[in-house]
Design a protein around this ligand. Sequence first.
Ligand code: MG
Length: 263
Amino acid sequence: MNSHFLKLLTLAVASFAVTVTYAQQDTQAKPRPEDTEIWQPVPKVVTPAAECNAPPSDAIVLFDGKNVDDWVNVKDKQPALWDVHDGVMTVNKAGGSIETRRRFKDYQLHVEYKIPASITGTGQGRGNSGVFLASTGPGDDGYELQVLDGYNNPTYVNGMAGSIYKQSIPLANASRKPGEWQTYDVAWTAPTFNDDGSLKTPAYVTVFFNGILVQNHFELKGQTLYIGKPFYKKYDSAPIKLQAHGDKSEPISYRNIWVRELP
Ligand code: MG
């Protein structure tokens, strides 16, 4: 190979490299729409119900109006004693609070409840119940989304219907009148814990009350205590609990309860 040819070859290679580098810089300088497209993994198909309060295709139905087989008494874990009639279940105050047989971590939950039209009492003593998003007992308070008559029934606002009890005031009072069915749609992100029991990530909750956003990704400070400051206590998975409150007013009813476990 003579030296002239070698020079030419070197020049050619160098100029090709410059062209390639320039071309690369050119692509970097011009972002393409495809650069920010994500195609995998594809979310699974879930068929919405024609009527959106009804359970979608992948829901676990916790109460379908027929029986309380999926529930047990909190105190003795025996079959739940609440009364089922006309497609609804009514709190049995003597029987006490009930919880699901299944345990959950993160989920989407739908619950409907009705305060009786003939409700009596005032404040916290008027149709008090509660949806405990994690029933971490025995001996623990758990995490309560308050159920209470919220229609012209003044009480402390961090304990009204739609509140995360003693922690978060609802963004609106979306309560319907006693005698009307009401809906809670909840997204619950369970807290996680380190091996030593310390908190790794807090719980978050989003709540739609009768279709209206009342809790917007609220970060819980711990369990919802009746007395004292909230704190976290390690648990892994937990049932969902419905409260039989000790107030003297007429018991409330629930219907159409379903949950979707989240990945
Ligand atoms: Mg309550």
